[in-house]
Design a binder for this molecule. Structure first.
Ligand code: A2P
Length: 331
């Protein structure tokens, strides 16, 4: 993957900062406002959001203030947002992009991603529809037809780059075989226990940059389970507490989180750790003044546990894994 010290260079030449602020689970307006203010002060210039995170409006307000006071220029920022599952239908792609742009008060986003390769039935108020058995109401969808609509967005000037999230190799292969423009980016859950080497190698061979979400293993995932009233995951990957990670953190005089993020950077990924805590926002940004050597990398590579370490499988949405395009192994 082409890169310089602090950016990945996407296949269309656009520069993406390797560290971005993740905002999944940051829905409280004050919390997201304070976090974003802090992140911009610290120097973050890459922000990751999604229609479904319900925080685009507040992010837009903060950005507008920074633009108005002249503290930042639009072209210095890299903003990603995502097409929700209700929009994974050729007739609805641009409509959902427009909603996100309106929420964000932006004329364009730097990267627009198909959030998840499953289509959910449209509802006027944007909430997910469930049937009487409590199962998500989905529709079959044609991902190639959706991708063609994503390609058309490039001509509107409302997106600089397009990509996908949570797609597997066979779905990517199908897009690549049938597209005019390859995805510039894949966003996936990735951390030291879930390294997905085949998928990342496939992307890099095809010039697709990769962004790791939940790079710290999603330690607050059970809060989401509480919100959805579903069983907690008692087996969350405790990557921050891993002995090898802790010993490397002592060796380099860096925190476990910084070791985990640097490991992904050394693998030529960009990372979007979520934090709303000022000290951790700063800490997560401070990962460019040290390197992991070959021995450190080998130790960390050996921690891979594969699929069983996946946290974000969307299965809190009952029935989603029955959809023909569900991208992960069914459990
Ligand atoms: P907080 O927002 O209170 O900082 P992930 O991006 O893997 O999903 O991880 C996000 C979670 O990890 C959030 O709960 C966040 O809590 C916490 N977190 C973020 N940065 C750090 C850090 N440097 N050290 C420990 N926990 C962190």
């Amino acid at each position: 993957m082409a890169s310089n010290k602090e950016h990945l260079i996407l296949s269309n030449g656009v520069l993406m900062p390797k560290i971005g602020l993740g905002t999944w689970q940051a829905t409280d307006p004050i919390e997201i406002k304070d976090a974003l203010e802090e992140a911009l002060k610290v120097g973050y210039r890459h922000l990751d959001t999604a229609f479904v995170y319900q925080n685009e409006v507040m992010i837009g307000k903060v950005l507008e203030r920074w633009f108005l006071k002249g503290a930042i220029k639009r072209e210095d920022l890299f903003v990603t947002t995502k097409l929700p599952m209700q929009g994974v239908h050729p007739a609805r792609v641009e409509q959902f992009l427009d909603k996100s742009l309106k929420n964000l008060h932006l004329d364009y986003v730097d990267l627009y991603l198909v959030h998840f390769p499953v289509c959910v039935k449209y509802t006027e108020n944007g909430t997910y529809p469930f049937n009487e058995q409590g199962e998500l109401e989905t529709e079959t969808t044609d991902l190639v037809a959706v991708w063609k609509k994503m390609e058309e967005l490039l001509d509107t000037g409302k997106v600089r780059s397009i990509g996908v999230s949570n797609f597997n190799i066979s779905q990517l292969e199908r897009l690549i075989k049938n597209c005019k423009i390859k995805p510039a980016n894949l966003q996936i859950e990735n951390h030291v226990y879930l390294q997905s080497n085949d998928l990342i190698d496939f992307c890099h061979k095809n010039g697709i940059s990769v962004v790791a979400y939940s790079p710290l293993g999603s330690p607050s995932y059970n809060k989401v389970c509480e919100k959805f009233g579903i069983q907690k995951n008692d087996d969350l990957p405790n990557v921050l507490g891993d002995e090898t990670v802790i010993s490397l953190s002592k060796k380099h005089n860096k925190s476990p989180a910084q070791i985990l993020l640097r490991f992904l950077i050394e693998r030529h990924l960009a990372v979007i750790p979520k934090s709303t805590n000022p000290l951790r926002i700063k800490e997560n940004f401070d990962i460019f003044d040290f390197k992991l050597d070959d021995e450190d990398m080998a130790k960390l590579r050996s921690l891979d546990k594969g699929e069983k370490a996946r946290v974000c499988n969307a299965q809190m949405l009952k029935g989603i894994s029955q959809h023909p395009e569900y991208p992960f192994p069914r459990i």
